[in-house]
Design a binder for this molecule. Sequence first.
Ligand code: PGA
Length: 247
Amino acid sequence: MRKKILAANWKMNLTQPEVDAWLHTIQGFALNNDAALLRVYPSAIYLKDFQNTNLHFGAQNIFYETRGAFTGELSVAQLKSVGCQSALIGHSERREIFHESDTQIALKVQACANADFSFILCCGEPLAIREVGTQEKYVIGQLQKNLENLSLAQLDLLVVAYEPIWAIGKGVIANLDQINEMHQAIRNFLVDKYDKAGEEVPILYGGSVSPANAAAIFSCPAVDGALVGGAALDASSFYQLWQALNA
Ligand code: PGA
């Protein structure tokens, strides 16, 4: 059985008092970690605030070198040393705004794999690609390049998040057929590349997931959870998503 995962990507949001309040609220809820795994990806300055919680927390980004003169960057070893358990890699905002290339993302995957560090690899097509109907070729192309350095033995570190760029932060989700089709295409790619072990990789959906649409999204057999931005900034609405995933 694949593990279900609900992940909060806070992006560049929340101040220290807001983080304190979020943690206070979420810890007031009954979170049974045997069920869906809850993960939080806060801004790096707040990572240490999670050390004394039982929450899985990780970094929104990593750099692929192990140490040295890379101003502003964080290595996997540094993140691990403060208790981080995973990272996001290749979010579309990193790819688009910060011009991260598939080659750089493949190096980040390799850095995680070398350090036995779990990661969520994000993929997804822009609207222009969806409009011409080549989204599967585009997304599978991203995965082919990004996973070039991940071996079968390292596959249990991988979670994939499919996030159509046109649905991120827009209040519009992809429809359920679009989600199922792409998740199935990703699954086929993983099984082609990694054989039966490819069946075990969780595939999350991301893009405007909210308490209003979560039940429908989680009812898709090909969806193993979600990567959530906006609706994860409020601890109560994030908890509602967690309840929907466990329903
Ligand atoms: P959103 O963001 O839920 O605000 O659309 C999702 C993401 O970018 O991971």
